[in-house]
Design a protein around this ligand. Structure first.
Ligand SMILES: *Cc1c(COP(=O)(O)O)cnc(C)c1O
Length: 210
């Protein structure tokens, strides 16, 4: 179904532990959640070898709930958040994989860095002291629209940001390789534009009940 180089993050927010376990038994091992409390309450109910990815806006005061077990945080959108993740990873003697989230959509409601903000962060001397976070790539959400040309141009923008950061900051760093883009509605376009991680909820679990 998906190309071999593209990882599927099954987005299980608002779905039950039973539904997640069914997908797990069918072979899915990576799940994504967007609320710290929801994730930390599901985590103890499910098998240890699940790789949990955090994909939603994360408040700094919630980092401590997920830091002990989370594999990857896709939604790092401030230096303050990155410092907090580093702090709790250090407490747990671990290194947490992080993606920098970029603002690529036309909607005001979305979060993320601009390229120049990320460049400033990566140039800060303090950034180099953060030994318990590993920046593995970038993440973005396209506009919620039927305009596939717009969606494609936003994904191209994220790929371009990835390429610039790779060249300028992570050239020698093999860990910097992920482009997290694409959801149920737009993952095919995202894959054509270079996605390495698609975050798919509805197309796997059905509609969510809010
Ligand atoms: C909910 C969510 C998804 C999955 O969306 P679907 O349309 O259900 O596939 C992907 N990424 C983020 C950040 C989300 O919050």
């Amino acid at each position: 179904m998906l190309p071999a180089n593209v990882k599927l993050i099954a987005v299980s927010k608002l779905h039950t532990v039973d539904e997640i376990y069914t997908a797990y038994k069918a072979g899915q091992k990576i799940f994504g959640e967007n609320k710290a409390q929801e994730l930390s309450s599901k985590y103890p109910e499910l098998p240890e070898d699940i790789e949990w990815h955090f994909i939603g806006h994360l408040q700094t005061n919630k980092v401590k709930y997920i830091a002990p077990f989370v594999s990857c945080i896709h939604s790092v959108d401030s230096y303050k958040l990155l410092m907090e993740i580093n702090k709790y990873a250090k407490k747990n003697n671990s290194v947490i994989n992080c993606l920098l989230q970029f603002y690529i959509a036309t909607e005001e409601s979305k979060f993320g860095f601009t390229l120049s903000e990320a460049v400033s962060l990566l140039n800060m001397p303090e950034y180099k002291e953060l030994n318990n976070v590993k920046i593995c790539g970038v993440m973005g959400m396209a506009s919620f629209t039927d305009d596939n040309d717009l969606i494609r141009s936003e994904f191209k923008e994220l790929k371009n940001i990835f390429d610039i950061l790779k060249l300028d900051f992570f050239n020698e760093n093999e860990a910097f390789k992920e482009i997290s883009m694409g959801m149920s509605q737009d993952y095919q376009i995202a894959i054509e534009e270079g996605s390495t991680m698609v975050r798919i909820g509805t197309a796997i679990f059905g509609e969510r009940n809010y």
